[in-house]
Each structure stands twice: as C-alpha cells, then as structure tokens.
Ligand binder design. Sequence first.
Ligand code: CAA
Length: 336
Amino acid sequence: MSTQQKQYEYILLSRPAPGVGLITLNRPKALNALCTPLFKELNEALVDLDADDEIGAVVLTGSNRAFAAGADIKEMKDKTYADVYKNRFLENWSEMTALSKPVIAAVSGYALGGGCELALMCDIILASPTAVFGQPEINLGVIPGGGGTQRLARAIGKSRTMELTLTGRNFSAAEAASWGMVSRVVEEGEGKVVEEAVSMAGVIASKGRLAVQAGKEAVNAAYELTLEEGLKTERRIFHGLFATHDQKEGEHGCIELWGHSWLMRVAQACPLSQRRGNPLGSIHRFATVKPDPRKQLYTIHNEPTAYRRHDMLRIEGGRLNLSYGYYDYPGISYTM
Ligand code: CAA
C-alpha cells in the first residue's frame, strides 16, 4: 500500500510541494502527547516516505499550540519497572534516526519532554517564536528517556543541559536559537514555520538524492566519531560520490529539446526542475545560453556563482551532455 493510501489515526500525511512529505501530529486533545500507537504510526510513515522515490525530504510538525507535550503521561503512570524494561519502552523512538532522508522539525507551541526529544531527533529544527522547549521530566520524578540528556548535551553543551534537566525549566525559541539548538526562529504567524520548513525541504529535495543522503551521513558522523575518524569518513563519502555519474544519467535521463525555445523546454522536462517546483529548475540560475551550432557547444552563462565555469550543455554524437556544477549528466538523449 502506498503512503498516500494508508489511513492513520494519530497523524496526517500530505505532500505540500514536489518532493516533500509532510507529517502532522494529530492528537489535538492531548497536545500531541506521544502515546505508543502514535509513535508506531509516525515510524511507519517515516519509513514509507524514506523508501518513496518521489520524496526527497520530510517535514514533521504538530499544531500551532503544541508540537508535542511529551510522552503520554496517562499511558506511563501505571507502568512498572518490569513492564518498561521487558517491553523496551521508548526504544523504538530513535528508529527515525536511521532514515536516510532529512527530516525537518517545524516547531510551534509546546515541545516538552518527549516532544523536545522528538525535535532533537530530527536533522534540522525550525522554530516559531511561540515555541516552548523543555525537559520537565524531573517534575514527574523521572528523567528524559527519549534521548534528551544525550542529544541536548551535544546540541547545547553540558552546563545548560544539566540546568534544564535538573530544574525542569522551559526555554524559549530565542534561547534555543542562541544556543544553536534550532537553525532559526521564523517570523511570527500561524503556519509560518511549516511554510518555511516545506520551502527548505523543497530546496533539499531538488538536490541530488545521493549527495543529500551522503551529506546527512557525513554530518551525523561528527556526533559519533573522533575528528580524525570523522574527517576520514567525510573524505571516503566525498570520494564515493565521484562514482555516481551513471546514477545521475538515470535520474535525469528524460531531458528533451525542441527547436528554438529549447532552454525552457529542457527545464520543463527536467525531473529536477519539477521537484524544485521552479519552471527553470536545476538550471534556474542560467541567465543566457549561447548556442554555437558549428561546435555544437552550448555554453551557459550563469549568474555569478562558484560553478559558472563548469556549467555547459554539449551535444556530441546525437547526445546531450549537461554539465552542471561539479556534476556531469552524460549522454542524455534529446530531439531537435
Ligand atoms: N501526556 C498526556 N496528556 C497530556 C500531556 C502528556 N504529556 N500533556 C498534556 N496532556 C493533556 C492534558 O491531560 C489535557 O487533557 P485532558 O483535558 O483530557 O485532561 C490536555 O492535554 C490539555 O492539557 P492542559 O489542560 O494541561 O493544557 P495547558 O495549556 O493548561 O498546559 C502544558 C499545557 C503546560 C503542556 C501541560 O499540559 C503540561 O505540563 N503537560 C505535560 C508536559 C510534560 O510533563 N511532558 C513530559 C512528559 S514525560 C516524557 O516526555 C518522558 C520522556 O522523556 C519520554
């Protein structure tokens, strides 16, 4: 069954832009408290989106009032040590950290306890000015159990994490941004944070899928490895991307050219452009194209970018070769 057909009780699933999956936690009466069935649905939807070739990035959000107010206190209150230990309570929460596609948290309102931990498990956090973060578990006589002490300490350092964990004090979006826990606080306005996150996800989805996956893997390695091991890992992954030209051909193989207005047609027929939702898509930065039929070489004069010397379309032996930035998309067939 495709992700579009599945019915969920605690989440909503949509595709607000090309290449973007949006998961909205939908348990409003309980402020999106993360009960076990909700997390099961969330994991299932994330795994499906991760496997979906049309999706390049995912946005995870809640409501305006609450991203998520934590683990479900009502579900937890009667559990015994034997229950939680035997059933490995919350162990499945971090399954989402094994995904290969980026997940952006768009946080409005309360992100407390498990809600804060859920945001921290995402790859990027955008916050509304209304966002309220916190690890209040100490007030319930426990400590964070969904990764809070570990991920928060890595994100904002020991002293702040210790203070927040031991006092249970909430902290604002502005504090979270100044400590580097969130990428940025967006403008005020209902829905603004989701809008921004979807737009960011759209940009990510328009990039080469393998490069995005590799970038995520390399950044994540920074949290697990020593600097020396991390640099070596980064280099290995970087080198590995030099082997992906064939994959690019497959991914971008349906570019076609027709007559005079061919530049626009190239863009329209280019899958990358569709994903980006921009009519000029992957070559949107190209200002002019100068054809030289004698040489069958079409040089693309970009706006000033770091890559402009490399960008060109070349026709050789009845094949169109698009060279964009550091990437070559060789042998794409075309019709004139
Ligand atoms: N679990 C279950 N239900 C919750 C909940 C939670 N974590 N948080 C809120 N709710 C429910 C409330 O029980 C209430 O439902 P009822 O009307 O049926 O009682 C509804 O959501 C609305 O909540 P409030 O009436 O309390 O709303 P408020 O605006 O007055 O307060 C709040 C909002 C400050 C977020 C408050 O609800 C609150 O403090 N919630 C608990 C936050 C918390 O302690 N989270 C940590 C949970 S433990 C954890 O997450 C462990 C971990 O590390 C994994």
